[in-house]
Ligand binder design. Sequence first.
Ligand SMILES: NC(=O)c1ccc[n+]([C@@H]2O[C@H](COP(=O)([O-])OP(=O)(O)OC[C@H]3O[C@@H](n4cnc5c(N)ncnc54)[C@H](OP(=O)(O)O)[C@@H]3O)[C@@H](O)[C@H]2O)c1
Length: 292
Amino acid sequence: MKTRPLGHGAPAVSAIGFGGMPLSIQGRPANEQTSIRVIHSVLGAGVTLIDTADVYCLDDDDIGHNEHLIAQALRSWSGSRDRVVVATKGGLTRPGGTWGRDARPERLKQACERSLKALDVDVIDLYQLHAPDPSVPFVDSVAALVELQQEGKIRWIGLSNVSVAEIKTAAAMVPVVTVQNRLNPFFREALETGVVEHCAQAGIGFLAYSPVGGGRLNQKLPSHPALGPIAERHGVSAHAVVLAWVLARAHNVIPIPGARTVEHALDSLTAVNVELSPSELAAVDQAEFSRA
Ligand SMILES: NC(=O)c1ccc[n+]([C@@H]2O[C@H](COP(=O)([O-])OP(=O)(O)OC[C@H]3O[C@@H](n4cnc5c(N)ncnc54)[C@H](OP(=O)(O)O)[C@@H]3O)[C@@H](O)[C@H]2O)c1
């Protein structure tokens, strides 16, 4: 498996990570063993970055579902746990199954304690602010992560759903190792607003979330006219072409596709060996990816 630097002071990780969300939200596999098999399949294929969050669950009564699942999968995996970076997040809530924000410092500290227990670790590898909370000064949320790091509860600090200005504000307080924003051909705002470029220049790893478009839009890829010929030439799926396009955005981009089946999870990893030509990249750049 090819690797990419995760960010300042952190080790290189697999160039494609795994996102745990679909294994724990609405529509998740009914059987936990299925989910464990999916996680074991990517670990066995050389994935060394798993992304999760306390809120990857059904609702507030189910907080930590995905973190428990990942802890369980790592415990029962025959390979070396030491090579695997587990990234989790705090700062969101799931009241009644909806998505809310709560990044008050005291709430982030409680969430981190709960994540330590759910992940069954003494230190969280990478702890990410899930999203800025408009009702809390951004610097206060970041300061809570700094305190958690000083207390030895988290190794590296990451941000998610942030602007260049927010990255700069946080980076003035503490080394920011990763930024996790959405990036796929349907949603290119991370490119258009300069976040990817800023991270590349600042030595910050960019974790591309929903890299194949997310649960609904990814289903449009196999029939997309721009992707079919490219996929055929390389002998890979349309999803792999899109992931290769995401990887080609910059040297610091690490896509974290999610999947509920072993087949899909492993198919995505084939993208690390797909080198798209300049004209293939341009074809995806210029194609329309309708969100309708
Ligand atoms: N920071 C944030 O705010 C945020 C927000 C969203 C997501 N994320 C993170 O990013 C990860 C990925 O995002 P996502 O789950 O929203 O979207 P995604 O990875 O773009 O799409 C996931 C869906 O695409 C399908 N898929 C993936 N690879 C495939 C392949 N090679 N062939 C066929 N189908 C494939 C899967 O279907 P099946 O389920 O049928 O296998 C899966 O449900 C999440 O798991 C989470 O870790 C973070």
